[in-house]
Every structure is written in structure tokens, then in C-alpha cells.
Design a protein around this ligand. Structure first.
Ligand SMILES: O=C(O)CCC(=O)C(=O)O
Ligand SMILES: [Fe+2]
Length: 150
């Protein structure tokens, strides 16, 4: 309904070293400047993954009913085959992959404090999603560090 606020929907924030654009579901966001905390997390993630990043997408899922549909992070302004590092905090959630041609599926649990790296040709051949679940009513925050082509 017009004017009605849907408070349960996933919240998104976009940060980067320059005001890069990020577009999703009819919205375009300009990257906010890094905060001190994000810079610390970025540096730790860069050390662990041995890749560098210039931007970060944050998603807040208020509860298990919120998720993210099948997609691959292969937008043209993302570095081709660049690593994407995903940090998770809060509620444990399942994360699923599906091969684009063979339809093979695999999944894992993203625990509080976990780091998942999707690198190389992952985005070319695989879709991923965060399925909604009735198993938790607790919030989860996910950070994906990315590289935007300048
Ligand atoms: O929340 C997650 O773990 C996945 C997020 C994701 O796939 C994305 O931001 O592109
Ligand atoms: Fe993604």
C-alpha cells in the first residue's frame, strides 16, 4: 500500500573508497565513505584472503523470513573473476549454490563470524542464494567485500 512502511524487508548499505554506484531492484546507491570499523574489517579480510577490495555491500536480514534470491555477482562494473569475501554476523543461515548448466546444488552454513570467499570463476558458473528459513527469528548482518572497476 502506498505510504505504508514495510519494516521487515532486508536493509542494504553500500560503502567504498570512491562514490561507486550500486543498483538493485530499482534503486541506485552511491557508496558511502569507509567507516573506521569497516576499514578494520576490510584490512583483516584482505590479510586472510590475500585479495584487496575497494567496496562493501552490507545486508541486514531482520529474521529468517528475509533472504536473497538466486543470483550471481557478475555485474559489469565488478572486476571479472575478482574475489568476493563474505563476512557473516548474528544468526546462522544456510547459503546455497546452484550450477548454472548442470543444476548441481551444494550448500553450507554461514556461522557468526564466518568468512566465505567466492573467487575465480565462481560467479561465471554458479548462482547463489540465502534461502528464507523458519529456523531463526534473529537478525543477521552480511558484508561482502568487492572490487569495482574504476
Ligand atoms: O547474505 C549473504 O550471505 C549473501 C549476500 C549476497 O549474496 C550478496 O550480497 O550478493
Ligand atoms: Fe551475492
Amino acid at each position: 500500500m502506498f505510504g505504508k512502511r514495510i519494516i521487515t524487508k532486508r536493509k542494504v548499505a553500500w560503502y567504498g573508497e570512491k562514490p561507486f554506484e550500486y543498483s538493485y531492484s530499482n534503486t541506485t546507491k552511491l557508496a558511502l565513505p569507509w567507516t573506521k570499523t569497516l576499514l578494520i574489517l576490510k584490512q583483516l579480510t584482505e590479510e586472510k584472503t590475500e585479495h584487496t577490495y575497494n567496496s562493501c555491500l552490507l545486508n541486514l536480514y531482520h529474521e529468517g523470513s528475509e533472504g536473497m534470491a538466486w543470483h550471481s555477482d557478475d555485474e559489469k562494473d565488478l572486476k571479472k573473476n575478482g574475489a568476493i569475501a563474505s563476512l557473516s554476523f548474528g544468526a546462522e543461515r544456510k547459503f546455497a549454490f546452484k550450477h548454472k548448466s548442470t543444476k548441481e546444488k551444494t550448500s553450507l552454513t554461514l556461522e557468526h563470524g564466518s568468512l566465505l570467499v567466492m573467487k575465480g570463476e565462481t560467479q561465471t558458473y554458479w548462482l547463489h542464494r540465502l534461502p528464507p528459513t523458519k529456523l531463526t527469528t534473529k537478525p543477521r548482518i552480511n558484508l561482502t567485500f568487492r572490487t569495482i572497476i574504476e
